[in-house]
Design a protein around this ligand. Structure first.
Ligand SMILES: NC(=O)c1ccc[n+]([C@@H]2O[C@H](COP(=O)([O-])OP(=O)(O)OC[C@H]3O[C@@H](n4cnc5c(N)ncnc54)[C@H](O)[C@@H]3O)[C@@H](O)[C@H]2O)c1
Length: 343
């Protein structure tokens, strides 16, 4: 089986490479290394079943050829991370939307009909109100609450929503097997703290006995999925007829507040770190809209694929602590552009 991964030198992408090479598949990656890293794919470079092209999905001349040889395509290349999104609001829209359309058009023109997974995000659900203290699970048919305007934080959600619309439209109009996947806070090895990912940041701070910096009061919740589970869920979706033309949540439905997460990481790392709070204004400047909670409904994923997560959050954190010292610390560089959560 031939696999093409755009953004394959990134966090989820490089874990997908590992997964598919272990299955005996041939894997082709294109990545411009903007947030991805060569180190993520370095171990695979000597493998004859692995091929890497450094290129931008918007302009890469090998795209048409690559899609026509692929059985499964994962389109992950995108501008990501809350801090980067706030800093580069135009690129977020331009790259994320045009990159996805170019990929789908190339696949359509190849007349080959690969299975295509397009990465979307739980960010499209927007900031849902908590009703009577209840955090209702977010299911795929919910209306979306995005607030475009002065706050460019929502540009990422808008770009991902456009990706979903392209995915569904190509599937419908050209009878293609395209699935849009809404990831909910995937975490694990290869993820960088500097673009706004809370788990690697807390682990890094805890193992270095630095203060764990919680933004806001820490009551905001997230549901974290281990990337080792995420890659299995993705391939399961690519493997079923039922996912064609569908939007599917991929995540864990176990929820934790960011303050509790900080305490858990500190305990598992056996660390003496203090926990400090920063206001959103201190971190992002004025007018940042934090998301109160995030918990996916997973019935659709489970019905389509029978998928069940294997790893709990504790397993993921312990795994990162074991791997931690040089790998994670060198990522962080004391970068204060780190946010408490992202999707
Ligand atoms: N990790 C999560 O929890 C999460 C949550 C929601 C959505 N997602 C989506 O999943 C995908 C993968 O995210 P990730 O967490 O692995 O982030 P990542 O930054 O590690 O991966 C994105 C990759 O895309 C590459 N890239 C960016 N622009 C490119 C371009 N124009 N051409 C070629 N390559 C380009 C980057 O260099 C990087 O390797 C993204 O589309 C992201 O929006 C991830």
């Amino acid at each position: 089986m031939h696999i093409l991964i755009t953004g394959g030198a990134g966090f989820i992408g490089s874990n997908l490479v590992k997964y598919h090479l272990n299955q005996g598949h041939k894997v082709h990656v294109v990545d411009d290394l903007s947030t991805g890293r060569k180190e993520n794919i370095q171990p695979f470079l000597p493998n004859p079943d692995f091929h890497f092209d450094e290129g931008d999905v918007l302009t890469w001349s090998g795209l048409e050829r690559a899609v026509s040889g692929a059985d499964v395509i994962y389109h992950l290349a995108a501008v990501v991370g809350v801090f980067k999104v706030l800093k580069e609001p135009i690129e977020v829209l331009a790259i994320n939307i045009a990159g996805c359309e170019r990929l789908l058009r190339a696949a359509r023109n190849s007349h080959w009909n690969p299975r295509i997974i397009v990465a979307s995000s739980s960010e499209v659900y927007g900031n849902r109100p908590v009703v009577d203290g209840e955090h209702m699970p977010l299911h795929e048919e919910l209306e979306l609450l995005i607030t475009p305007g002065i706050n460019t934080r929502w540009n990422y959600s808008i770009s991902k929503l456009a990706n979903e619309a392209f995915a569904i439209s190509y599937a419908k109009e050209h009878d293609m097997h395209v699935t849009a996947v809404r990831f909910f806070n995937v975490c694990g090895p290869g993820q960088r703290g500097r673009y706004g990912m809370v788990v690697p940041r807390f682990v890094n701070q805890a193992v270095n006995n630095e203060p764990l910096t919680v933004f806001g009061n820490g009551s905001q919740t997230r549901s974290f999925m281990d990337v080792r589970d995420a890659v299995k869920a993705l391939f399961a979706l690519a493997n079923t007829e039922k996912s064609a033309g569908e939007i599917v949540n991929v995540g864990s439905d176990s929820e934790i507040s960011i303050l509790e997460l900080a305490k858990l990481v500190r305990k598992l790392a056996n660390s003496d770190s203090a926990i400090e709070h920063l206001t959103y204004e201190e971190v992002y400047g004025e007018g940042f809209d934090e998301i109160g909670y995030r918990r996916p409904a997973l019935q659709k994923l489970q019905t389509m694929t029978g998928f069940k997560s294997q790893y709990a959050l504790v397993d993921t954190i312990n795994h990162l602590i074991d791997l931690s010292a040089p790998a994670i610390t060198s990522d962080i560089d004391g970068d204060v552009s780190l946010v408490c959560s992202r999707a």
